[in-house]
Every structure is written in C-alpha cells, then in structure tokens.
Design a protein around this ligand. Sequence first.
Ligand code: UDX
Length: 427
Amino acid sequence: MRISIVGSGYVGLVSGMGFVKLGNEVIFVDVDEKKIKMINNAQPPIYEEGLEELMREFRGKYRATKDYREAILNSDVTFIAVGTPSREDGSIDLTYVEEAAKEIGKALKEKDDYHVVVVKSTVLPGTTDEVVRPILEKHSGKKAFQDFGLAMNPEFLREGVALKDFLNPDRIVIGIQDEKTKKVLEELYKPIDAPKLFTDIKTAEMIKYASNAFLATKISFANEIGNICKKLGVDSWKVFEGVGLDHRISPHFFRTGIGWGGSCFPKDVKALIRKAEEVGEEPIILKAVVEVNERQPLKLIELLKKHVPELRGKTIGVLGLAFKPNTDDVRETRAYIIVKKLLEEKAKVVAYDPKAMKNFKHFYPDVGEKIEYARSAADVLKATDVILIVTEWPEFEKLDYSGKIVIDGRRVRNAEETARVYEGVCW
Ligand code: UDX
C-alpha cells in the first residue's frame, strides 16, 4: 500500500518505517526542513534502536516532503501522527492535529478514490469525530465515511523498543465507523500477527488513555507500597515478584523506584484528569497517581541526606538523565526534579548519560547549564564518592562502585553489591 504519514516524530517515523518493513511505500510529511533532509539521507532525526539500520536497508521505499498535497495524492492511506502537547493546565493542545487535518482536507478535494485518514496521535475521546472530521469535511467539501474514510488507531509503542513493539504488538486497536475503512486497515495490518480489536472511534481513543492511566497507576501503586516496604525493611521487588505471579495481575511493569516520566504517561494522565473534571467527575485515583509520582524522585534526596546531611558545596554524581534507558529523550525525566533540588541545596552536580546530555542541557537550561557533564560514567565515579542512580542504563551495571555512597533510584544490582554504602529508594 502507499501510505503518507503526517508528522515524523517518534510515533510517525517508527510507524512509517514499520510499514515500510511490512512491504509498503511511505511518504513522510513534516514542516521541519532539517528533519526532511535527514530522512531523505536515510538518517533518523531521533535515536531509536534499529531505526538507522532499517532506514539504510530500505532506502528508496520511503521519502519525506513538506508538500501535503503531493504526499496525499500519491498515497491511499494517511496517518496523522503529530504531537498533542500538554498546555499549562494539563489539557491537550490540538493545534498540530487541526493544522494537519486542514491540509489533508485541502488535498482530499482533488482525490477521486476512497482515501482513508487515520488518527494515530493520542487524542481524547470525541476528538476524531468532533474536531478532525469537521475540519476534513470543510476543507475537502466531501463527506466522511461516504467520500473518504476515517479511523482512529492508537499506538502503544515504548521508546527504545518501539520498532519491536510495532512489529510484535500485544494488540492492535482500530476505531472505525464504516466497512470500507475497516477493510483497508485490516489489509494493512494483515502481516502482523496480533489480536486486532475493532471498536467505534471514541472507544479506540479511550483505550489509549485507559491503558496509559492504568500503567501509570500500577507504578505509582507499586511505589506507594514500596515506600512502606522501605520503612518496614521489606524488599518491594520481591514483594511484586510474588504479587505478579497472580495471573490477574501480571509481573510486568512493577519495578519500584523514582517514578515514571516520558512523553506519554504524564501528559495523558493529566489530560484525562482535566477531561474527567470537565464532564463533572472527580478522578481521585488519577490525581493520587500523579501526586505519588511527583513526590517519588524527592525520596532519593531524602535518602541522600541520611548519609550526607549537608549538601552545600558537595559534589554529587548523577548517573542517567534520560527518562528511561536506551533513549535520548528527557521529557518529564525524574532527573530534572532531582538535579533541580540538588542545585537548590547548593550542591555541585557532575552528571553522565550515554545519550541524553545534549537534550538535558537544551530542554532544561535552568538547571542543565549549571551542571558539569562527565565524559563517561567512570569519570563521574572519579569525580566524587557520592553517586545517585537516576536511569538504569545497562553500562551502569558494569561499574565498580566500591568505596562509594550510592543512592539508587532504579536498582542497579552491582551497585547494590559493590558500594560501600548502598540505599535503594523502595527496597
Ligand atoms: C509508555 C507506554 O508504555 C506505551 O505503551 C505508550 O505508548 C507510551 O508511554 P514509554 O513512555 O516509552 O511508553 O516508556 P515506558 O517503558 O512505558 O516507561 C515509562 C516510565 O515508567 C519510565 O520513566 C520508566 O522508568 C517508568 N517505569 C516503567 C517504572 O518506573 N517502573 C516500571 O516497572 C516500568
């Protein structure tokens, strides 16, 4: 199939390259000239495992352009995969989705065949039908489900393993209203062996929010139990190993520590809270889930102060700045809260992250420009005896922590075994 994808961020690019691997041709549409150039040179504008190799291998099967019209006229299906960032108040900003719908609508005017538009961006229930559909109809002069198809197909990709997740998902959720659209998407996803759940459009939108809210709840719940375990001298990781053996619960996503960050959980849980309030509900669980998560990184500082009561003038080593390993993404990283607190306490910070130092400095200049960046994790250990582990990069497992005070937010086993003083946040 010929596919166009509007927005070549994490989701757009990974899904697009996934479709290429499945034998389709893909045209990426983006407003960013730099990104377009990079994609056309087979260079990924973001770091994601396996992406560069895939882009090199399938050169010629995809391209990027600024021109919506050309991309839509030369494809059968268009995915909207632009960002839906959070506003100050937690609600989501639909500007990019609206802009994409407008441009797609204009191009649809010239199309005679049954073109299918698929919303992949995370949008609140009702958005595809109440916001995207009217814009498409207005600018194309055509009717959805009659002259062109419309569907909602949320993504459940985890950064770092996004390509693997795309090709081997737990499930594919497709929100549709008409049979023609259903057929097109069934055909498109045919090569992927996974349960396919067809729902109405609004349900598909809600499945994405409910999934992310549940996963965030699972971690905040585990962290709350973990904090109690810590006070009682119980190992929370063992506890959740035991809890997870119940097939109704599952052992995955139970790692206690300093909490969740990233581009999805914080944004999606907050947006769902806002929506709930808007419709007259009081989402007490969701609010507590966020509150636990905001406090959790500070547990690391609390433990640090048990061993180093006065931080003023002390050099503190921070291992990891990315919101999780195997990514350069620092959005909502717990490292920001931790480093900010350390600087407030007048400590000196020497940090190292294999991939995210540049982004950290760039996205958080208020703290990112006030810390020192080491060339390696070993250099951090040379610079100071007090180490905080913030992200569990595999290479931190190989360091020798002997003689060090290590406060661990993620449970790095060899730190636990080799450090002079070792404290874990929840264990
Ligand atoms: C998440 C969802 O998993 C994915 O389905 C959705 O599409 C986007 O959001 P991602 O943000 O890439 O993916 O990261 P994920 O691996 O889920 O981790 C999110 C955060 O939770 C990280 O900060 C991670 O460190 C933390 N986490 C995860 C825990 O603290 N404990 C765990 O057991 C798992």
